[in-house]
Design a binder for this molecule. Structure first.
Ligand SMILES: [Zn+2]
Length: 123
């Protein structure tokens, strides 16, 4: 069994599209989902304590079958992070760089979920 790790919004509308996209594009069987309201904005804001998220990420990466891949998601119409698309994507980029620094052995990928709930890789 192969696993990926995903840092996603808690929004119920993005869970299934993100899981399906990751399973189809990265040949994993399961996606460990770590959520926060507006995850990309939460990670990008240097005022936030992200240690709890990093701890959960470590648990996921340490499991047998982990592919050492971390996805970070931003999405359209985010209630927990109500900023425009351009800003969302900037936050995904910042979050990816931050997580890469913290987990240098992992492959860190940034995703955007559009107004049609389609998933695209942005970094
Ligand atoms: Zn959201």
């Amino acid at each position: 069994m192969k696993f990926a790790t995903c840092l996603n919004c808690m929004d119920g509308r993005v869970q299934l599209p993100v899981i399906s996209w990751i399973k189809n594009n990265y040949k994993v069987d399961f996606v460990d989902m770590i959520t926060e309201a507006g995850m990309n904005g939460f990670l990008a804001d240097s005022n936030n304590d992200i240690s709890d998220i990093l701890k959960k990420t470590d648990v996921s990466l340490a499991r047998a079958g982990s592919m050492n891949i971390i996805f970070i998601v931003g999405h359209h119409n985010c209630l927990g992070n109500p900023v425009e698309e351009k800003k969302h994507k900037e936050q995904v980029n910042i979050a990816v760089e931050k997580i890469k620094t913290s987990k240098p052995k992992a492959n860190v990928i940034g995703l955007w979920v559009s107004d049609e709930w389609k998933v695209e890789k942005i970094i």
